[in-house]
Design a protein around this ligand. Structure first.
Ligand code: FE2
Length: 238
């Protein structure tokens, strides 16, 4: 059925993934547990041994709480064990930067993180949020390590903005599918430039469903993806 999905075609050295949407019913990710298992089986065949899945938390669309996410994570872990897949499953979240999130931070509500206090967030794709630098400063002051999801996908992003974020202490997480034309050609060009500059700290699948497996398999073959694997990626420490 999936001829592009050959076992061990890509002996990935990445080992751990930190960005995906594999908890059914929480966001626009996998439709059900069956799809989650099919995706996880393929990611495992490619070499992933640990998956930190990150449902959206977006106040006006996906009102997921840490409790809801942990409950689904438990259910997924049980399903993964039932299928005897030797993959470690953990969960954090992909937070959307909006007023609700800023209030959560201001009020001291604990945020879901992974690894060494890494906090994954995304933002408006068209317009740079005016609170961005304040927000980053607050997070760092509170001891979080902000990780910006897919900087290459924001239409307002420039190399100098990426550099500025990098030097403000924001870790940058590129999407693996960006190494193809899956999103757009400019996204591919931007992510390649990030590799050349060495401004990528994490590589993530951002896998939402089975339809992402084919573009992922194509991205693994791209020369810039292979070049990115030589960066001192933090995936290796998860
Ligand atoms: Fe995502």
């Amino acid at each position: 059925m999936f001829s592009f999905l050959k076992k061990n075609t890509f002996p990935l050295s990445l080992r751990a993934d930190l960005h995906s949407h594999l908890l059914p019913g929480l966001d626009d990710g996998v439709a059900d547990m069956d799809e989650a298992i099919r995706v996880i089986r393929q990611l495992h065949d490619w070499g992933y041994q640990k998956l930190i899945t990150t449902p959206h938390i977006m106040s006006d669309t996906y009102r997921n709480t840490p409790e809801m996410i942990r409950q689904k994570r438990t259910e997924l872990k049980e399903e993964v064990n039932r299928h005897r897949l030797p993959v470690e499953i953990d969960a954090a979240a992909e937070y959307y930067l909006d007023t609700w999130l800023i209030n959560q931070v201001d009020q001291g509500h604990p945020l879901m993180t992974f690894g060494d206090s890494y906090f994954l967030f995304e933002m408006n794709y068209i317009t740079e949020p005016y609170q961005l630098n304040d927000f980053i400063f607050k997070l760092i002051t509170l001891g979080y390590k902000p990780v910006l999801a897919h900087p290459e996908r924001y239409s307002f992003m420039t190399m100098s903005k990426a550099e500025d974020l990098h030097y403000r202490g924001v870790l940058l997480q590129a999407n693996i599918m960006s190494f193809t034309n899956y999103y757009t050609r400019p996204v591919r060009k931007f992510v390649s430039q990030m590799v050349d500059q060495g401004w990528i700290n994490f590589l993530g699948t951002d896998c939402h469903h089975q339809r992402h497996l084919k573009p992922l398999s194509e991205a693994f073959r791209s020369s810039y993806f292979k070049k990115a694997l030589n960066l001192p990626l933090l995936n290796y420490q998860l």
